[in-house]
Design a protein around this ligand. Structure first.
Ligand code: ZN
Length: 221
């Protein structure tokens, strides 16, 4: 039933926008933004708003780039030991991220904390690419749980091919902490902070290793 309904809606809006998703022209997109302005009781023709549809369309192209497969980042991997050192301790990366909640289309944003312990005979991640992976999966409508899941699964499968993986990482973990504007700026205006965590390998199964990860996160929050 859902599929049929989706099809009807898609056909309806698809026609409205000129046939299919690919053929939505920039003018059509701008027209849709104008309609949104009318919807919130604005006058899209007043001076201050004349350039707004153009700006919104261009900004959405950027902040929702995660829908396009061609924007998927290529993550470099190295053989552990390639530089003469075998890494078998925690390797970490953290930074900021910005996404949009799929229920209200307003931002949620905060910090991510990523860490893994490589297998001595396995692969290493080009760590500078982690931020790009976070950016890519953040750049669409999301829920924080799924975002966390998508990022860590992508990084795990970069190091460990799904079909053959002799030397998976010893452990991998990702924690995301974010403020959700749909909670903070409306209704009861409560701080909308949310934390999601996903752990693989020894971060999940070994208390001491997990504690090491959590200690690092807590020190950097
Ligand atoms: Zn929301």
């Amino acid at each position: 039933m859902d599929i049929i309904l989706h099809q009807i809606l898609w056909n309806y809006f698809g026609q409205m926008m000129g046939g299919n998703k690919m053929s939505i022209t920039k003018e059509r997109k701008e027209l849709l933004v104008k309609q949104l302005l009318v919807m919130i009781n604005e006058n899209p023709d007043r001076e201050g708003l004349v350039g707004t549809p153009d700006r919104v369309v261009r900004m959405w192209d950027e902040i929702f780039k995660g829908y396009k497969k061609e924007n998927e980042p290529k993550v470099t991997v190295f053989n552990n030991g390639h530089d003469g050192i075998i890494y078998d301790e925690m390797i970490t990366d953290s930074g900021d991220f910005y996404s949009h909640c799929e229920h209200h289309m307003v931002p949620f944003y905060g910090k991510y904390f990523f860490s893994y312990i490589p297998h001595p005979k396995g692969k290493l991640l080009g760590l500078s690419k982690v931020a790009r992976v976070v950016d890519y999966f953040s750049a669409k409508l999301q829920v924080q749980e799924r975002l966390t899941h998508e990022i860590i699964n992508y990084l795990w499968s970069t190091l460990c091919d799904k079909t053959v993986c002799k030397y998976p990482p010893i452990a991998m973990g990702l924690r995301m902490e974010a403020e959700h504007l749909c909670k903070t700026m409306r209704g009861v205006k409560k701080k909308g902070k949310m934390t999601t965590t996903q752990l693989f390998g020894e971060f999940k199964t070994h208390d001491i290793t997990r504690q090491e990860f959590l200690n690092w996160v807590n020190k950097n929050v």
